[in-house]
Design a protein around this ligand. Structure first.
Ligand code: NAD
Length: 450
């Protein structure tokens, strides 16, 4: 059966693709397995050069890749260009890391002890639809740098940019079958990768629910797993913050990518003493978010990914709506930027909406803020807004979350570790830490007594 790929801003088909099943998945794993000894043996400097060439090709094809991503996900084109720029930076970074990730010599009695960083073999990479190319690159960069070969499964809704990237990898000179892309269903292709005995590791980004199944499935073969899952992050605004700055940034912490962002700070926690003042500014700023055609250079928020997802998002909004924005008429899976007043017990504050809906919650003092922020099964991201440096560090240490920013929404960079606490997953992507997840440490003792 073929797969119809749709532009969510027009609801029109933009591609028809053949879908892989179990047989094609097994064949791709076999190809990746056959390519592994050769790729692993490529001299570090040469492997680095190939990854650098891929980074350059991504840069040269920035506009083309951004257009693909914008049409397939409904992302505003300006943001999509930024995402492609990050993909190039990720490959540059891991090209540079190839020969800087090495073992140690450890003092022991009677001989010499050495550690080596060994690749794992064939790794299966399963990625979601919200940042298709970006998240694929976060896994591909370290996986290829360490000498693994890869079977990449993009989400059913958004396979186009991964297919183009695989072509660019070949053009860069990365040998055939080192990077294999499979278009197909998660329940078939994804599940087969998870149970396949020749796949050494699954790097997964997606929902906590599917991630739980991946972890269970991987147990059968004691596969390594890295899980980057859902989030319900807090944007904590203290009374001593620059309130105007915090309020004008807050909408973009939720409504970027139409809220389909695992890092969305979708719980806005505001100190009660400044609640009304902050809310006025927040509503003004949210009104300013420009929603519309993703191809328009000035658009800040596009549609949701699908009609079904829009229904799920809408099901969360039934309480006190503080603000609801406008959306374009006509085709497209539009949903307005929405602010709702909530307590942390409400469903909108407990579950990941994955849409442009922010729950605004008030707190009394620092202790209360920390308690509410941590009262969630998730722990991915978050922001703290305060002018008090000691408080910023105190609260940052107290929050149970993998990634944080102070007086900013921004916490994802190619060179810094990214990943979750609690049910947001485990393992780290990006930065030098990601290399740990795509290599094993081998310890060799050499006796030197005569
Ligand atoms: P999803 O879990 O439905 O799907 C993710 C991927 O898993 C897709 O490629 C899908 O085909 C595949 N899949 C589905 N069923 C599978 C199975 N049984 N076995 C193996 N693979 C299977 O998630 P989604 O709807 O594509 O993405 C949204 C979710 O991803 C949100 O929960 C979001 O928070 C999360 N996410 C997390 C991060 C992060 O870094 N923590 C980043 C982006 C998105």
């Amino acid at each position: 059966m073929t797969l119809t790929v749709v532009n969510p801003a027009t609801e029109k088909s933009i591609a028809e693709l053949p879908q892989a099943g179990v047989e094609e998945t097994d064949a791709a794993v076999a190809r990746a397995k056959a390519a592994y000894p050769g790729w692993r043996a490529v001299a570090p400097n040469d492997r680095a050069r190939l990854l650098r060439r891929l980074a350059t090709l991504v840069e040269e094809h920035q506009e083309e890749l951004a257009q693909i991503e914008s049409r397939n996900v409904g992302k505003p084109i300006a943001g999509a260009r930024g995402e492609v720029e990050m993909v190039a930076n990720v490959f540059q970074f891991y090209a540079g890391a190839v020969d800087k990730h090495y073992g140690a010599t450890i003092p022991v009695a009677g001989g010499v002890d050495l550690t080596f960083r060994e690749p794992l073999g064939v790794v299966g990479l399963i990625v979601p639809w919200n940042f298709p190319l970006n998240i694929a690159s976060w896994k591909l960069g370290p996986a290829l740098a360490c000498g693994n070969t890869v079977v990449l499964k993009p989400a059913e809704l958004t396979p186009l940019s991964a297919l183009r990237l695989a072509e660019l990898a070949l053009e860069a000179g990365i040998p055939e079958a080192v990077l294999n892309v499979l278009v197909g269903k998660g329940s078939i292709v994804g599940a087969r990768l998870v149970e396949h005995p020749d796949v050494a590791k699954i790097g997964f980004t997606g929902s906590t629910e599917v991630g739980r199944g991946v972890m269970q499935g991987a147990a059968g073969t004691i596969k390594r797993v890295t899980l980057e899952l859902g989030g319900k992050s807090a944007n904590v605004v203290f009374e001593d913050a620059d309130l105007e700055k915090a309020a004008s940034a807050a909408p973009y912490a939720v409504f970027d990518n139409a809220g389909q962002d695992c890092c969305a700070r979708s719980r806005v926690l505001v100190q009660s003493s400044v609640y009304d003042r902050f809310l006025d500014s927040l509503i003004t700023a949210t009104r300013g978010v420009k929603v519309g055609d993703p191809a328009d250079e000035t658009t800040e928020m596009g549609p949701l990914i699908s009609a079904q997802h829009r229904e799920t998002v809408a099901s969360f909004v039934d309480g006190d709506v503080l603000f609801r924005g406008d959306v374009p008429q006509g085709p497209g899976y539009w949903y307005p930027a929405t602010l709702v007043e909530a307590t942390n017990e409400d469903r909108v504050a407990r579950e990941e909406v994955f849409g442009p809906v922010a729950a605004v919650i008030s707190f009394d003092d620092e202790e209360d803020a920390i308690r509410i922020a941590n009262d969630t099964p998730y722990g991915l991201s978050g922001s703290i807004w305060t002018r008090d440096g000691a408080r910023a560090l105190r609260v940052a240490r107290a929050l149970e979350t993998g990634v944080l920013s102070v007086n900013s929404n921004s916490s994802v960079r190619h060179s810094t570790p990214f990943g979750g606490f609690k049910q947001s997953g485990f393992g780290r992507e990006l930065g030098m830490q990601a290399l740990e997840g795509y290599s094993e440490v081998k310890n060799v003792y050499v006796a030197t007594d005569a």
